[in-house]
Design a protein around this ligand. Sequence first.
Ligand code: GLV
Ligand code: MN
Ligand code: MN
Ligand code: MN
Length: 411
Amino acid sequence: MTPRTEEAPVTFSAMWRDLTPVGRDGKSGGYHRFAWTREDHTLREWFEGEARRRGLDVTVDRVGNQWAWWGDPDGALAAGRPGIVTGSHLDSVPDGGAFDGPLGVVSAFAALDALRDRGFEPDRPIGIVNFVDEEGARFGVACAGSRVLTGAMTADRARSLTDSDGLSMAEALTAAGRSAEDLGPDSETVRRIGTFVELHVEQGRHLSALDENVPVAVGSDIWPHGRWRIRTLGEANHAGTTRLEDREDAMLGFAAAVIAARRAAESHGCVATVGKVAVTPGGVNAIPSEVTGWLDARGADEAAVRAVVADVTEVVDDFGGLVVEDSWTGSTPFDPGLARRIATRLGGIPVIGTGAGHDAGILANAGVPTAMLFVRNPTGISHSPEEFATSEDCLAGVDALASVLTDLAGG
Ligand code: GLV
Ligand code: MN
Ligand code: MN
Ligand code: MN
């Protein structure tokens, strides 16, 4: 992306240009950047390079999240002035967009550059983070990096999660040259975060639907959401020679579950998605012996989301299948005082909620004062190669973040 404004910080476009090719599918234009893969390694090297080039101190916590510090976070903590941290993630969903995650990390470096250009001297250290495995695209649990960091997911559970090749996270960590035994909560790292502000592309059309020209909003809360694994069983047999009455077709129960999810979402005022399915044996001419799929359900109200899952479970039960919870994040309000302070500082910008999960939500639930900034997305499309934000809006996001950091780190 080439910023179109004259005053564009050179750093933003240079960073964006360097990131663009990593994990990009030449045909779709979408990204495949999954935790602890070669692409992820390249992204992590990029992060470290950007940090070192700025003279920041780079640390990696027990989970593998990367931190780059301007100032001494431990000295400041001892003095009762814990740091202000910003950043996001660099991984993607399968065939994801360019902005979900990277925009927050690139903007963090660009905002820091802007502060330094102005001669700003922070009273608190400023940190930039790259959370590992935010999307959970490989091992199934979203925000794995921040969940293990804060203890919201145990290290044992994380280690045992498997990818679609049956490789465990422990094995993937080892293959990436990290110790799987080291994985665990890291309260020392969490304590350094006095306040966390994550900038993210908006995943919806709240801002673009406004009559006024407002490129940035502040987050109020994240909807309750979770992932459940649906498993139905049957018996593999020949598609041509097995009479209908003799079949045990795992797909029938699974298909009923998908329809039930849609109906339950409609009747309980939620959203529900089955976007990933694995069929065994997976032959066009074989009756499925097993179907595993992932239900993603979200809504404004926790009880309503639970009701959706209960409805689906009832249908799956009828077919002798199983629904197992993979992850659950309850209603997550961001710090309301912080949101108000940011909205006011940025000229009374809107405060909006979201149905998307973020590491910011995991930190908020761990008691860290947390806020989010959303950058306008003209179509609202996300988790797709079509995801977009204009250069002007991205740079407005950098300006907003720089202003927030000035306020929060300025003493
Ligand atoms: C992560 O981006 C999610 O909300 O699914
Ligand atoms: Mn995402
Ligand atoms: Mn994201
Ligand atoms: Mn997310």
